[in-house]
Structures are given as structure tokens and as C-alpha cells.
Write a protein that binds this ligand. Structure first.
Ligand code: FAD
Length: 243
């Protein structure tokens, strides 16, 4: 799997801070962009974020290329309706038989892995046969969920926050969770203030909303180091409810 941050809003944090503060200032965002400094920015953006007013971070957007993940994974990814997607087409691009994802659970089981590979080989053989006789868009009907794909995804920072809450959670499916974890790591590098507290609810809210379904394993590894220190000082701060 390869996740690349292709492009993102220039000066994202400054822009969102100026936009946020323009709601409460006589000045417009043009002047506020000039007046911005780290201390002011932390206040202008920190206050609305702390009170859950996340519309101000919709001004920043981030575009990723995600390559080598399964169609099973992108089927879940594209359920996020506020994101924009461009996915490699199986109607126009001929698929390669070697490109599929084998889940770890199958790879670790010798007999399961052998059967899985045999089935993939068989499917590819039939796909090749069909794609020489009928249009690729029809031959693709025999392709498995395991097929790899490439997809370009754009989300604004608010949607990313929401996406991380759902998909960095231990209850999310492992492949999409790995994608989301990597996306979080990449956006934190370029917009550390906006994404400092982003992550699954055990990280972002300090509690788990899943009740009895909670995994009971807060993802402290996703806390930024400063936040992890704070979390470990305030023991139980991110303990899921019910645990
Ligand atoms: C652990 C897990 C298990 C899942 N299991 C299943 C399953 O078994 N079956 C299944 O079908 N799906 C399942 N899903 C997918 C899930 O139901 C959502 O479709 C997916 O997570 C996208 O979430 P969303 O709609 O909140 O996000 P987005 O589409 O990204 O939307 C973001 C937010 O915008 C608002 N919004 C967007 N569109 C509308 C709208 N039309 N009307 C009102 N508000 C809107 C909502 O507040 C929404 O939360 C699962 C997801 C997870 C994380």
C-alpha cells in the first residue's frame, strides 16, 4: 500500500485561523492573514476547534493518492460522501493477475493461503479468457474484491477529522484503518495544529462512544507526543466508557 499526500492548501492553518477570526473581527481575512502569528493563530483557531466549531477548517483541503489497496477497502472509503474521488477504472484498464491483497489472517494459515492463491489464479485465467472475447467492462464481473486499485482522494480538514474518528478506530476494518492512520500521519506533518487532536474518539474526545462495543484499547500511539504526555499524566483520560 502506498499513501501519498499529493497536494494541500497553502498556509492552511493561517488561512483557517484568519477565516475563523474574521467572524469576530471588524477586519476581513485579508488583513487578518497579515496579522497572523503563531500565538494569535493558536487562539483564533484553537478556540473554535475546542468548542467543536469545525466549519472553520473546511477552508483547508488535502489530496492523497492511495495505491495498492483492495477494492474491498475502497468500497468502504467511497462511502464518505463529502470526499471527492477519482478511481482507476476496471472498464478501461486491464487488470494484472498478480495484483491482489491477501489478508494477513489468510497468509498466516498455510492451507487457507494455498486455496486463496489457487482461486486468484483461476479467476485471472478466466478474466484473461473473457477479456479477449468480450469488453473489459463485462470481463470485470468475475474480478474479486481482493483486486488492487488506485484512487485519488480529496477531503477538507473537517471531513478528515470525521474520517479519522471512524476509520482510525480499532473497530474499523484493518486495511482502511491502515490507510487512515497513514493519512493522519501525513496531514499532521503539514498542519500539526489542525490535526493535533484528530484520531479515533479515544484520542480526539478522550472517551469512546461505542459503549459495550468498545475495544477497550485506546490508541495512545496516535496521540501526538505532547498530548500523550498530557494523557498519561491525566490517567484514564482516554479510557473508553465502560472500561
Ligand atoms: C466500523 C464501521 C462499520 C460499518 N458497517 C457498515 C455496514 O455494515 N453497512 C453499511 O452500509 N455501512 C457500514 N459502515 C459505513 C457507515 O455506515 C458510513 O456509510 C460511512 O462510515 C460514512 O460515514 P458518514 O456517512 O458519517 O460520512 P460522510 O459520508 O463522510 O459524511 C460526513 C457527515 O456529513 C453528514 N452527511 C453526509 N451526507 C448526509 C446526508 N445525505 N444527510 C445528512 N447528513 C449527511 C453526516 O453528518 C455525516 O456524518 C460502517 C462504518 C464503520 C466505521
Amino acid at each position: 500500500m502506498r499513501v501519498t499526500l499529493l497536494s494541500y492548501t497553502k498556509d492552511a492553518e493561517r488561512l483557517c485561523a484568519a477565516a475563523a477570526h474574521s467572524c469576530y473581527s471588524e477586519k476581513g481575512a485579508t488583513d487578518l492573514m497579515e496579522e497572523w502569528d503563531e500565538e494569535r493563530g493558536a487562539r483564533w483557531l484553537g478556540n473554535p476547534l475546542a468548542s467543536g466549531h469545525r466549519s472553520v477548517i473546511e477552508h483547508a483541503s488535502y489530496t492523497f493518492s492511495i495505491e495498492g489497496i483492495s477494492r474491498a477497502c475502497t468500497h468502504q472509503l467511497v462511502r464518505h460522501r463529502l470526499a471527492s474521488f477519482s478511481q482507476q477504472s476496471q472498464r478501461y484498464v486491464r487488470q494484472d493477475g498478480a495484483d491482489y491483497v491477501m489478508p494477513e489472517s489468510i497468509g498466516e494459515d498455510e492451507e487457507a493461503a494455498r486455496r486463496f492463491r489457487a482461486l486468484m489464479d483461476h479467476i485471472w485465467e478466466e478474466y484473461q479468457f473473457l477479456s479477449e472475447r468480450v469488453p473489459k467492462e463485462d470481463a470485470r464481473y468475475v474480478l474479486p474484491n481482493a483486486c488492487t486499485t488506485k484512487i485519488t482522494v480529496t477531503m477538507n480538514a473537517r471531513e478528515l477529522w470525521h474520517f479519522f474518528e471512524l476509520r482510525c478506530c480499532n473497530r474499523a476494518q484493518w486495511e482502511l484503518r491502515a490507510v487512515a492512520d497513514e493519512m493522519l500521519r501525513l496531514v499532521r506533518k503539514v498542519s500539526p495544529f489542525i490535526f493535533d487532536k484528530a484520531g479515533p474518539p479515544c484520542v480526539s474526545r478522550g472517551r469512546c462512544p461505542e459503549g459495550k462495543m468498545s475495544c477497550g484499547r485506546p490508541r495512545t500511539e496516535l496521540c501526538t507526543s505532547e498530548r500523550r504526555d498530557r494523557v498519561s499524566r491525566a490517567q484514564g483520560d482516554i479510557t473508553p466508557s465502560g472500561h
